[in-house]
Design a protein around this ligand. Structure first.
Ligand code: NAD
Length: 284
């Protein structure tokens, strides 16, 4: 039998990551309030969450015997009030995250961890917008959250021991393994990965190699399970560009300045897997 917990998780943003995190939580018997500003996205999200739970169970990555509590999908941010933890997974735009976190931090009770899934904005910066900066931590789930078991947890400069403890406890209840790291633009994974994606896209843009050749070299010579450009498609090229901009802004390092090919694909609406086309094409 699956263990029962007394969590109520609020997930902000019903996109790629928000739906995946909701599926992970529901799949472990944790009820979820899923908030987005877009009614259409929310309408699709409920179906997408159910699909991901089924997929997770089929792959043996989510318990088959769990009771799946109801998903409350809403545009009303104040529905987060009773939550025991919040995971913020809205778009990687610093001003949008700042606004949402400011509001949410006044709606939840003191001591409720407000956990950001940002790809690269320093947790300390986001915490500065919150009523209680000590309640804020980072948890960088990978996509899809039910499949990838390890989560990069970020302790911000003001994250309290209690907040870190509650964050780790929630992740343990979701059967995640954690690696705790310090704060900084992109933390560990994205400081390295986003640059690698950008450089790979530059190589394709310069005609030195095609996307398949770049990925084949990483898979077959370096033993990576996916190449950087297939990974970029999975992340979403719009999100990659937003993350690169954040990293560029915070580090001043030109290596993070999004390359022309990435910008052109995003402008054309080719955002990767989620739109059916990025570096590769996908069947829906
Ligand atoms: N895609 C990935 O692989 C990945 C991995 C780790 C972390 N992240 C991070 O997770 C976050 C979400 O990324 P994503 O890929 O799910 O993006 P996405 O574009 O798929 O979804 C973002 C959602 O946020 C919603 N939104 C925008 N403003 C909002 C607001 N004020 N309140 C509530 N919802 C709002 C949008 O309507 C959209 O549905 C980003 O910070 C991203 O950097 C993404």
């Amino acid at each position: 039998m699956t263990e029962q917990h007394n969590h109520l998780l609020a997930v902000l943003g019903a996109g790629v990551m928000g739906t995946g995190i909701a599926a992970l939580a529901l799949g472990h018997g944790v009820p979820v309030v899923l908030v987005d500003v877009d009614e259409e996205i929310l309408a699709r999200a409920a179906q997408d969450v159910r699909r991901q739970i089924r997929q997770g169970q089929l792959l043996g990555k989510l318990p088959r015997d769990a009771q799946h509590p109801d998903l409350l999908a809403t545009t009303a941010l104040d529905a987060v009030a009773p939550a025991t933890a919040v995971v913020e997974a809205v778009v990687e735009l610093p001003e949008v995250k700042a606004d949402v976190l400011t509001e949410v931090s006044t709606l939840v009770k003191p001591g409720v961890p407000v956990i950001t899934n940002t790809s690269g904005i320093p947790v300390g910066e986001l915490a500065g917008h919150c009523a209680r900066p000590g309640d804020v931590a980072g948890a960088h789930f990978m996509n899809p959250p039910y499949l990838i078991r390890t989560v990069e947890v970020i302790r911000g400069p003001r994250t309290t021991d209690d907040t870190l403890g509650r964050t780790l406890e929630l992740l343990t209840a979701l059967d995640r393994e954690t690696v705790v790291v310090g704060d900084g633009p992109g933390f560990v994974i994205n400081r390295i990965l986003q640059r690698m994606i950008n450089e790979s896209a530059r190589i394709v843009h310069e005609g030195i190699a095609g996307h398949e050749e770049v990925d084949a070299l990483f898979r077959n010579c370096l033993g990576h399970t996916t190449g950087p450009l297939a990974t970029a498609d999975l992340i979403g090229l719009d999100n990659v560009v937003d993350s690169l901009r954040v990293l560029h802004q915070w580090t001043g390092d030109a290596g993070y300045d999004p390359c022309e090919l990435l910008l052109a694909k995003v402008a054309a609406g080719d955002h990767g897997r989620k739109t059916g086309c990025g570096f590769y094409t996908y069947e829906s």
